[in-house]
Design a protein around this ligand. Structure first.
Ligand SMILES: NC(=O)c1ccc[n+]([C@@H]2O[C@H](COP(=O)([O-])OP(=O)(O)OC[C@H]3O[C@@H](n4cnc5c(N)ncnc54)[C@H](O)[C@@H]3O)[C@@H](O)[C@H]2O)c1
Length: 259
């Protein structure tokens, strides 16, 4: 008996660094998995590789009709939808607010925030039809403070927190739990983008040396937390936020010599 036998999970951004890790783990634990992403080539390849109990659906999270088609695809392939992971997200090119054009602002808000809103909106009735379920929204440690040159991203991820809490209140009586995960710096293509005011990548900018646990996060670190939160072991947890960052938000660890 696997933890997710007879459960159907939709992972947005399911071909990305973290998303594909989540897809693989849910599948390994018995779930039917729907990979939702705009990258059809990677989506088809991952679905082919995993074989049975997996479908790829072309999902642009900014488009409500695309959401409706994807949720419908999940229900017609597997009978019900039980779990939604709102994982798709993009970073803005780093720039101070005064140099950030409105198109960039809107694009980041559209994908990270409106995409999450639409996911909640369209998936909630499906989870209700399944007699309950769970949703996890992937935010960021940047949802918990300010980060210069990342205003659109920071604002979008802060807003996801309010959305999560509101959805948890609205859906709790229908046996639908909604929670947020705040990853720190996780080793995926996402952190290979250039950091603010520098030619170096975000991964180098956020050197893990001062973290309490001095390494970058791996996608599987986040996956293990996600699987706990979406499992029945977390049945009393809703509207909550989980930081997984190796201690990044604690501030720099003291460098002490030990004999
Ligand atoms: N990597 C990190 O350090 C880090 C830290 C904190 C939070 N996050 C968040 O984790 C999530 C996953 O990021 P990742 O690290 O796997 O990055 P990634 O770039 O590897 O994956 C992002 C995925 O989102 C997909 N995507 C982009 N726009 C989309 C759209 N309109 N509709 C559907 N899919 C779309 C991409 O195709 C890609 O597969 C994101 O929400 C990101 O903001 C990442």
């Amino acid at each position: 008996m696997n933890r997710f036998d007879n459960q159907t999970v939709l992972v947005t951004g399911g071909t990305g660094g973290q998303g594909s890790s989540h897809v693989r783990a849910f599948h390994a634990e018995g779930a039917n998995v729907v990979i939702g992403d705009i990258d059809a080539e990677r989506g088809a390849a991952l679905a082919d590789e995993l074989g049975t109990r997996v479908r790829f659906t072309h999902l642009d999270v900014t488009d409500e009709s695309s959401w409706s088609a994807s949720v419908q695809a999940a229900e017609s392939a597997f009978g019900a939808l039980n779990v939604l992971v709102n994982n798709a997200g993009v970073q803005n090119p780093p720039a101070p607010i005064e140099n950030t054009d409105q198109a960039t602002w809107s694009r980041i808000l559209d994908i990270n925030l409106t995409g999450t809103f639409l996911g909640l909106k369209v998936a909630a009735p499906a989870l209700r039809r399944a007699a309950g379920g769970t949703i996890v929204n992937i935010a960021s440690t940047m949802s918990l403070g300010g980060t210069a040159h990342y205003a659109p991203y920071v604002a979008s991820k802060w807003a996801v927190r309010g959305l999560t809490r509101t959805a948890a209140l609205e859906l709790g009586r229908d046996h639908i739990r909604v929670n947020t995960i705040h990853p720190g710096v996780i080793a995926t293509p996402f952190i290979q983008e250039p950091a603010a005011g520098a030619t170096m990548a975000i991964a180098d900018f956020y050197s893990p040396d001062p973290f309490a646990i001095p390494r970058l996060g791996e996608p599987t670190d986040v996956t293990r937390l996600l699987l706990f939160l979406t499992s029945s072991d977390a049945s009393f947890i809703t509207g909550s936020e989980y930081v997984i960052d190796g201690g990044l938000l604690l501030g720099p660890a003291l460098q002490t010599e030990t004999a």
